[in-house]
Design a protein around this ligand. Structure first.
Ligand SMILES: CC(C)(COP(=O)(O)OP(=O)(O)OC[C@H]1O[C@@H](n2cnc3c(N)ncnc32)[C@H](O)[C@@H]1OP(=O)(O)O)[C@@H](O)C(=O)NCCC(=O)NCCS
Length: 144
């Protein structure tokens, strides 16, 4: 979709983001998104983006720059993204990823990372189509 534009997220986009998430998940999670946007906008506002087309917000992406312990270099993280189901598969996710990667490159970041559920086939295909490959981190969890 060539006429979509990417810009920084603002607080006025919150209702659009809640609506996209509700279309994707079937759940209205107002306080969840308000908290997420406060946190991520505070960490790195340049890594919080929305896509617009047809006069409305049709996708969003929240990221951040993280310093890891043990002297590892800073890396950029794609934390959450969502595309309005009516606009999926039209290159909007690619546009958002390209924009955040440009933002990270300006900060001399040379690696971008993300976490994906192993059965989320759409996200696995999406990140592979962007050139991402499995990294060296292993996710550990324990039921308590
Ligand atoms: C997964 C998602 C982010 C991809 O964004 P998108 O704008 O639809 O994807 P794009 O059109 O930019 O990219 C399409 C690429 O992703 C892959 N892809 C995306 N959705 C896919 C699906 N449902 N099944 C298979 N592949 C898919 C395709 O392989 C395609 O690769 P190609 O361009 O080489 O053909 C988007 O569909 C989405 O928001 N999905 C639901 C919400 C979600 O799961 N959010 C993540 C929570 S963190």
């Amino acid at each position: 979709m060539s006429d979509a534009t990417i810009r920084k997220l603002t607080w006025r986009d919150i209702d659009s983001i809640i609506a996209i998430d509700q279309k994707v998940t079937g759940k209205a999670r107002e306080s969840y998104w308000k908290n997420k946007i406060i946190i991520y906008s505070g960490l790195d506002p340049g890594a919080c983006l929305v896509a617009e087309a047809d006069g409305k917000v049709i996708g969003f992406l929240l990221g951040e720059r993280k310093d890891w312990e043990f002297g590892a270099p800073q890396s950029g993280w794609i934390e959450i993204l969502g595309i309005d189901p009516g606009y999926q598969g039209k290159g909007i996710g690619h546009l958002l990823a390209a924009a955040i990667i440009e933002h990270f490159k300006k900060s001399q970041i040379t690696k971008v990372q993300t976490m994906v559920e192993r059965d989320a086939e759409n996200l696995l295909a999406y990140f592979r189509s962007l050139g991402f490959a499995e990294g060296s981190l292993i996710n550990f969890s324990k039921d308590i």
